[in-house]
Design a protein around this ligand. Structure first.
Ligand SMILES: Nc1ncnc2c1ncn2[C@@H]1O[C@H](COP(=O)(O)OP(=O)(O)OP(=O)(O)O)[C@@H](O)[C@H]1O
Ligand SMILES: [Mg+2]
Length: 351
């Protein structure tokens, strides 16, 4: 193990810094029943959650919503994933014996009835445990009201819930905490916000990581990596891993590999927009090229590529991209916040 291990970190010894956020997370979990961890892709949300819970010796269920199938979700999809996760938790075995409708055998945990009310009654029984819903915005793709389920647990069960989201705006659209007619409205909850490392800590992360690997890369390469990856801990880890364990010693090659990965993720994320996708791509293209781009620059470019687009349609597209964390509004204009994705859009996106 060590800093450059690519998996989400689970132990404090492999987890760099973020002391303040760890403390906030602990405090949030102590005083609130719902904690949201917000941060763009690769900012270290999953690592923070797992490291903090393990350090607190909390018993938890880690439900990774990214493992759900794409398209509309059925209750069967959700239950199957939950069964898999519960099967890995030794403490759940003895608990399961007391829950009606749940069986445990050599095959693991199985729900006898696979419906919403069984799901609710199993989750209610996680008394004293923590339910983690990683990338919770994925649960929006369902006709079931999972936000009602969370409100129900909040009000009636001794279960703490941690949600995380890299698509921060989408996470809040799912939780609908600001909508007076929505189930979770008015329930106090705690937010832990993750941000990229500053240049000093980012340098320290790389140097200590390389030291763990017994390597000392050229100082100018480290500085260039700091320029390229903008303090995003996941990309710094990717660089350290590629350099030390894959033997990729040239920074440009690391950037190309990272950009391909980011581009694939982008393609996947844009799938849901179907025929409107070229409009989304055109917005990203001009934004990444101009860095930043103004609203009217975006409009002009998009119309030059795909024909007339009503202004409110363009606003909707920009809002969706922003809520997905692919775009951000700054005082100077719109930007693609992730440095690698910005490079990927410039290099690979033909829009
Ligand atoms: N504090 C940390 N110390 C060391 N490595 C870290 C830390 N935080 C994150 N990492 C590393 O950075 C990468 C991204 O971390 P993680 O998966 O936890 O982030 P995330 O925000 O959940 O990302 P995603 O949005 O992709 O789910 C992983 O390789 C992880 O090991
Ligand atoms: Mg994650």
């Amino acid at each position: 193990m060590g800093y450059f291990d690519p998996e989400p970190k689970t132990r404090r010894t492999d987890f760099f810094d973020y002391e303040e956020q760890l403390e906030e997370f602990r405090r949030g979990l102590k005083y609130s029943k719902l904690v949201a961890v917000a941060g763009l892709r690769r900012y270290g949300k999953t690592s923070l959650i797992l490291t903090a819970l393990n350090e607190m010796k909390a018993e938890y269920v880690f439900f990774d919503c990214r493992l759900l199938p794409s398209g509309m979700l059925s209750i069967h999809d959700v239950i199957s994933l939950l069964e898999r996760e519960l099967s890995r938790r030794s403490w759940f075995r003895s608990l399961a014996e007391t829950i009606e409708g749940v069986e445990v055998g050599g095959f693991g945990v199985r729900f006898r009835r696979r419906d919403f009310s069984t799901l609710v009654s199993v989750l209610e029984r996680l008394e004293g445990r923590v339910l983690v819903l990683d990338e919770v915005q994925e649960l929006r793709r369902s006709r079931y009201r999972f936000d009602s389920l969370l409100a129900h647990l909040y009000d009636h069960a001794d279960v703490k819930v941690v949600v995380s989201g890299s698509q921060i705006g989408m996470m809040y659209r799912f939780l609908r905490v600001e909508n007076p007619s929505a189930p979770l409205f008015g329930r106090p909850f705690y937010t832990v916000r993750l941000r990229p490392l500053g240049r000093g800590p980012a340098r320290e992360f790389l140097l200590r990581g390389f030291e763990q690997e017994g390597l000392e890369p050229p100082a100018d390469m480290v500085e260039e990596a700091l320029d390229l990856f903008d303090g995003v801990i996941g990309w710094l880890t990717y660089f350290g891993y590629s350099y030390s364990r894959l033997g990729v010693r040239d920074l440009r090659s690391v950037l190309e590999m990272a950009a391909r990965l980011a581009y694939e993720e982008l393609s996947h994320a844009l799938q849901i927009y179907g025929v409107a996708r070229p409009r989304y791509e055109a917005v990203l293209k001009i934004t990444a090229e101009r860095d930043p781009a103004s609203w009217s620059e975006i409009l002009r470019y998009v119309e030059s590529r795909v024909g007339r687009v009503p202004r409110n349609t363009l606003s909707g597209i920009i809002k969706n991209l922003t809520d997905m964390g692919l775009l951000e509004k700054t005082a100077e204009g719109y930007r693609v916040p992730d440095p690698v994705l910005r490079h990927a859009v410039r290099t690979f996106l033909k829009a």
